[in-house]
Design a protein around this ligand. Structure first.
Ligand SMILES: Nc1nc2c(ncn2[C@@H]2O[C@H](COP(=O)(O)OP(=O)(O)O)[C@@H](O)[C@H]2O)c(=O)[nH]1
Ligand SMILES: [Mg+2]
Length: 355
């Protein structure tokens, strides 16, 4: 994901002031020593003003350009961003930072004019003092905005790195129904683990190879999509529902035996909630068929048929029916997104590295 890799370093106002002063002092006189003292000082101070205001402009521009534009983000990240930061405050801060370039230019122009017109060393030093103090005031005035942006960057860097381009299967179902086992069955490399914002939970991302490329991801969300959504607080619910922007298909696991500790009704209620909250197509995996009696399986089949949910039989313990289930999704609802993904991956592989 791009916006996380380009997040800039954002100094506090105090750090920026310190850097500014150090840079100011570090710019040395380079004019011939034959020049009279006042001319040497004039050149030196002009160079310092130009150098430090250019540095400050670049630094602020770098921050403003490299912090993500919320409106350009994928809806999944946009929604999470809306929970972790105040978007209004963020946009205001970026705006104020961008607008400060006008003030910096004007302060620097004033100073250069005064230095040019100065009659003696004292007047040059007066111009320098004015310049330095005005820039310090400007940086300090941006203190709250720099703090807002710094905190936002830290929070953004902690968002999970999930591809928003890959076709995505989200696995749901009550605890112990076999979700993690399913992901382990179909993931052709070790699943990755990422923290999930606003919860103490982590999500697990399995990777499925299609045509030799890890082109489909299967996301297990322990503790998120395994309890009634109606019991969630607002923020947690919003964080969970952000997943709907990612999920192209949902595999809902049902345990037809009593082993998971949840009744069929409890499981079906969650299924209904999830399928109503997500726009993705839902397919049910009636799992643990190696363990379940025929009657147990039939009870679930009948219930699902009357609710209108398609289902497949799986054993995530033995990995039977699991890859077949995923292949069916790949050839069905995930197909067009998969083709798009394979195309951009090939194009990227063929085009030269970006500079
Ligand atoms: N017999 C049997 N046990 C299973 C199956 N799938 C999962 N289990 C077991 O059920 C328990 C919970 O599985 P897990 O994948 O951790 O469920 P999760 O909580 O939904 O992630 C574990 O002991 C698994 O070994 C299955 O298809 N058959
Ligand atoms: Mg699990």
């Amino acid at each position: 994901m791009n916006f996380k890799s380009t997040l800039p370093y954002i100094p506090s106002a105090e750090e920026a002031v310190r850097q500014f002063i150090n840079r100011y002092k570090a710019i040395e006189a380079r004019s011939p020593t034959s020049l009279p003292g006042v001319e040497r000082l004039r050149r030196l101070e002009s160079a310092r003003v130009k150098g430090t205001s250019g540095w400050l402009l670049n630094m602020f521009k770098g921050i403003a350009y490299n912090m993500p534009f919320i409106n350009d983000l994928h809806p999944f990240y946009r929604e999470l961003m809306g929970i972790i930061i105040s978007i209004d405050e963020y946009k205001h801060s970026l705006g104020k930072l961008t607008n400060s370039s006008r003030a910096i230019n004007s302060i620097s122009r004033d100073a250069l004019r005064m230095i040019k017109a100065a009659q003696d060393k004292d007047e040059i030093i007066k111009a320098r003092r004015m310049y330095v103090s005005r820039i310090i005031d400007l940086i300090n005035d941006l203190g709250p905005e720099l703090r807002t942006l710094k905190e936002a960057a830290i929070k953004m860097s902690r968002l999970p790195s999930i591809s928003v381009e890959k076709p995505t299967i989200v696995v749901s179902g009550m605890p112990n129904t076999g979700k993690s086992s399913l992901v382990a069955c179909v993931s052709t490399k070790k699943p990755e683990i990422a923290d999930y914002p606003f919860t103490t939970k982590q999500i697990i991302i399995g990777h499925v190879k299609v045509y030799g490329i890890y082109a489909v991801q299967v996301i297990d969300t322990p503790g998120l999509l395994d309890r009634p959504l109606s019991e969630r607080n607002k923020i947690e619910l919003q964080a969970i529902l952000a997943l709907r922007h990612l999920a192209d298909s949902i595999v809902f696991m049902v345990d037809p035996t009593q082993h998971s500790g949840y009744t069929l009704n409890q499981q079906l209620n969650l299924l209904k909630e999830v399928s109503q909250s997500f726009k993705a197509n839902v397919v049910v995996a009636i799992n643990k068929v190696d363990l379940a009696s025929e009657e147990e399986v039939k009870t679930v089949e009948d219930a699902l048929r009357s609710l209108g949910f398609p289902y497949r039989l799986t054993s995530a313990l033995k990995c039977t029916g699991t890859r077949e289930l995923v292949d069916e999704l790949i050839n069905g609802p995930l197909r067009s997104k998969l083709i798009d993904y394979l195309r951009i991956t090939h194009e990227r592989a063929l085009s030269p590295e970006p500079k």
